[in-house]
Design a binder for this molecule. Structure first.
Ligand SMILES: [Cu+2]
Length: 121
């Protein structure tokens, strides 16, 4: 059995290396959306989305990560009806932007936290 395990682990090591060359094409690649990131930071008790303005292209998945200890939301304003659930520290929420435009949002818990996503075609 020891010999077989060694052979198996050797085989696995080889197999994990092989697919790398073929990952650029095919259905798996099509499912991978471009992503962009916003963090929520705590600067002396004032929470903020960073960056406050993020510019992306249509089809990008934006991921907001809460790097503070307080709970927050991502809540659309000015006609954008999106609203995330409340999410705590070290948790993330995301949204895929499918149309060009400027999307303003805030945190419903801390309304002074405002930011926007600019989506280009
Ligand atoms: Cu907040």
């Amino acid at each position: 059995m020891i010999v077989n395990r060694a052979l198996l682990s050797g085989l696995c090591a080889v197999m994990t290396l092989i697919p790398v060359a073929t990952q650029d094409a095919g259905p798996a690649a099509a499912k991978t959306l471009p992503r962009a990131f916003v963090s929520i930071k705590d600067v002396n008790g004032q929470y903020a989305f960073s960056p406050a303005t993020l510019t992306i292209h249509v089809g990008t998945k934006v991921v907001w990560t809460n790097k503070s200890s307080a709970p927050h939301t991502v809540t659309g304003t000015g006609g954008w009806s999106f609203s995330s659930a409340v999410f705590g520290g070290n948790h993330s929420v995301s949204h895929v932007f499918k149309r060009a435009g400027t999307y303003h949002y805030m945190c419903s818990i801390h309304p002074y936290m405002t930011a926007k996503i600019v989506v280009r075609a």
